[in-house]
Design a protein around this ligand. Structure first.
Ligand code: PMP
Length: 371
């Protein structure tokens, strides 16, 4: 039998495992930060209509620059995120993972480095590796906030080409203050003052769930600051694969150098446009999920768990002597949560009220059993 390592793969991929949460068939799945609400029927009908229209032209390549979609996304951000942006400031790709990959292909790469403050979204490190970008693990406080002085020190020491700031952070749920982003942005530019500076990527995949306003306005006058967003969470469209960024038009021009031609299918573009037509309904679900998230935080605390303040659609809870055993204990009770490998902690996604009740019951039982 031929194994991966028998093949002539790149040295840095040897012995590594692919990213992925277990996809187990259990009654309550709260492990991948999905939106539990299926798209509303009128939107499903509208998608079918627009896809049928698009199907009549599938013999042609799609709009390579996705102008109509970028215009729609720019309008959405302008209306909801506190800064008027134009289509020339917005770029879209197949999930924000592809957006991040395009950014690393453009601004990272062999001989360059990226830093993130861990624990954080592990794909930042993995996409760095996949693009040949060196990875630097930056520090966080014990309460999972970013220590500005320590972060500044790490940036000054390592002089990264790309800085990732995830707000709200995954898996902790922690939001980052605008002043912190600005401090790290300035530190990154200072550290690379001898070059054309550093790219700072604010990953706001969970931005719509935050108690705080979007960090989008910070891109104004800062051409090296990029905001990354997704339709996977707030729009309840993880299956669609649509992520986007907002930045200076020069950044949008720069990623054109690496994007594959026609990377966004015509079906993807019209489906995303249909979802944007139903923004208000979908943001209504976000409000319901935020309330459920806040309920999870307070009920978990009542049960006696430690809980990290959350601005996302998930909650980090613990602390368990053996987090993996606790994960298993919940799975045995039909509830799948996520063990991200943060010692002592697990992460649960806010589901429907019934799913959250089932989860809370399982935690209560587990705590009784182990106390
Ligand atoms: N950023 C963060 C912080 C995430 O948690 C995720 C999804 N888990 C993504 C980006 C990627 O999402 P997608 O590719 O579905 O847009």
């Amino acid at each position: 039998m031929t194994g991966i390592d028998d093949l002539p793969i790149r040295d840095e991929l040897r012995g590594k495992s692919p990213y992925g949460a277990p996809q187990l068939d259990v009654p309550v799945r709260l492990n991948t930060n999905e939106n539990p609400y299926p798209l509303p029927e009128p939107l499903v009908a509208r998608i079918a209509e627009r896809v049928a229209e698009a199907a009549r032209n599938l013999n042609r390549y799609p709009d390579r620059d996705a102008v109509e979609l970028r215009t729609g996304l720019a309008r959405y951000l302008s209306r909801t995120a506190g800064l008027e942006v134009g289509a020339d400031q917005v770029w879209a790709a197949n999930g924000s993972n592809e957006v991040l990959q395009q950014l690393l292909q453009t601004f990272g790469g062999p001989g360059r480095t990226a830093i993130g403050f861990e624990p954080s979204y592990s794909m930042h490190a993995l996409i760095s590796r996949g693009t040949g970008t060196g990875w630097i693990s930056g520090p966080r406080n014990a309460d999972f906030t970013i220590d500005v002085d320590e972060a500044r020190k790490a940036i000054a020491e390592h002089r990264p080409d790309v800085v990732f700031i995830t707000s709200p952070n995954n898996p902790t749920g922690t939001a980052v203050a605008a002043e912190t982003v600005l401090a790290l942005h300035d530190a990154a530019q200072d550290a690379r003052a001898d070059t054309a500076g550093a790219l700072v990527v604010v990953d706001e995949a969970y931005g719509e769930f935050s108690h705080r306003p979007s960090l989008l306005p910070l891109i104004e006058g800062r051409p090296r600051l990029v905001l990354s967003r997704t339709m996977s969470k707030a729009f309840g469209a993880a299956g669609l694969r649509l992520g986007y960024l907002a930045a200076d038009p020069a950044v949008v021009d720069a990623v054109q150098l690496v994007r594959l031609p026609y990377h966004l299918s015509a079906v993807t573009q019209v489906t995303a446009l249909a979802a944007l037509e139903h923004t208000d309904t979908l943001l209504g679900y976000v409000e319901a999920l935020k309330a459920e998230r806040d309920r999870l935080v307070s009920e978990l605390r009542t049960i006696g768990c430690e809980v990290t303040d959350s601005d996302a659609n998930f909650v980090q809870f613990g602390r368990f002597e053996d987090a993996h055993a606790a994960w298993r204990g919940l799975l045995d009770r039909g509830v799948l949560v996520r063990d991200n490998g943060v010692p002592g902690w697990l992460r649960v996604t806010a589901g429907t009220p019934a799913e959250n009740d089932a989860f809370l019951d399982a935690v209560r039982e587990l705590m009784k059993e182990t106390s």
